[in-house]
Design a protein around this ligand. Structure first.
Ligand code: AVJ
Length: 321
């Protein structure tokens, strides 16, 4: 039984449900329709994203993993006893193990994520694998200002932000987020951040429009989620996945293209779609090494070392605050 109206909570109460509802209504009411990409990751969406990371066309995850493996000793080299490793949007903390395997010192690990279950699973797995590791999860949205636990605040810190998640943000917003991280970590801290690189647009587009259609399913799942959680009546056959590269903006865009003129009801409202009208669902910005260093510097970080793969597909930067 689908809810036909906005969820019951009063408008000023920010329940997760009506935050989603308000974001969807606002995005679909715009001249150029948009939906925020952070809503891709319900249970099914997270599963589909895991599948994406294993696709032959989706090079970022395996390339970053290889860079971290090849240079783990270098990357963690300076992390000594009592220091803190802080991960922003830690999810399953899988890439973290590549670093933890190389850290001989006794440190504390602070995974920050919005998912309580992901944090609990990660803590259980890591505590078993690294009995000496002090795991101190924080359930929070990393894009809001974060306060580290008071007893850990004075320790030397390394931030970790892999996956090119920074690519979802326009450079000006990326700059703001990097400043938030710098202020959260404090003077003298380091940040290890994964950033996808500019390359042949055909390679980029294939990575976001794979032959198996997994990325298409990931994109379309957002419509399923709206149907299920907000009582929408999107017809999945009515929309098609599209990925394109905008060289001027330096970003891959994902869209859902309306196959025909149609109306869709959501939360008791009706939205009209013209044939070929699109909903812009995600941006994935790509950088040159210098472009990313410029954003980092503008945000208050000093760009230090950088590691890449032999084909220069992906980069891992070291920044100092
Ligand atoms: C998780 C934001 C890094 O932009 O490559 C993958 C998300 N979207 N395929 C990316 C994504 C479609 C991914 N990030």
């Amino acid at each position: 039984s689908r809810a036909q109206t906005l969820p019951k909570a009063p408008a000023h109460v920010d329940t997760p449900e009506n935050e989603f509802a308000r974001a969807v209504i606002a995005g679909l009411s715009k001249e150029k329709k948009t939906l925020p990409c952070r809503y891709f990751y319900d249970a099914r969406g997270s599963e589909l994203f895991e599948d994406i990371t294993r696709l032959p066309e989706y090079y970022p995850t395996r390339t970053e993993t290889q860079i971290l493996r090849d240079h783990a000793a270098d990357i963690v080299g300076e992390i000594g006893d009592g220091e803190l490793l802080v991960e922003f949007g830690s999810g399953s903390s899988l890439k973290t193990e590549i670093l933890l395997d190389r850290i001989a010192s006794s440190i504390a690990y602070v995974p920050i994520d919005v998912s309580q279950t992901a944090l609990a699973d990660a803590k259980r797995r890591l505590t078993k694998r690294y009995p000496e590791l002090d795991v101190r999860p924080i359930e929070a949205d990393f894009s809001r200002a974060i306060a580290l636990p008071a007893d850990l605040a004075s320790r030397r810190k390394t931030g970790f932000f892999p996956g090119s998640t920074i690519g979802n943000l326009a450079p000006s917003d990326a700059q703001s987020l990097l400043s938030i991280f710098g202020r959260a970590l404090g003077e003298g801290s380091r940040l290890i951040i994964g950033v996808d690189l500019k390359k042949d647009p055909r390679v980029l587009i294939e990575a976001y429009d794979d032959a198996e259609g997994v990325t298409a399913a990931f994109n379309l799942n957002l419509l399923h989620r709206i149907n299920r959680e907000l009582g929408g009546d999107f017809d999945e056959q009515g929309f098609r996945h599209r990925a394109l590269y905008d060289p001027a903006k330096g970003r891959v865009e994902m869209h859902l293209v309306s196959a025909r003129n149609q109306r869709v009801a959501i939360c008791g409202r009706s939205f009209r779609f013209r044939e070929n009208e699109t909903i812009h669902t995600e941006n994935s910005y790509k950088y040159t090494l210098d472009q990313f260093r410029d954003v980092a510097r503008a945000s208050g970080w000093n760009a230090k070392r950088v590691w890449t793969d032999a084909n220069k597909q992906f980069s891992v930067h070291e920044l100092i605050w």
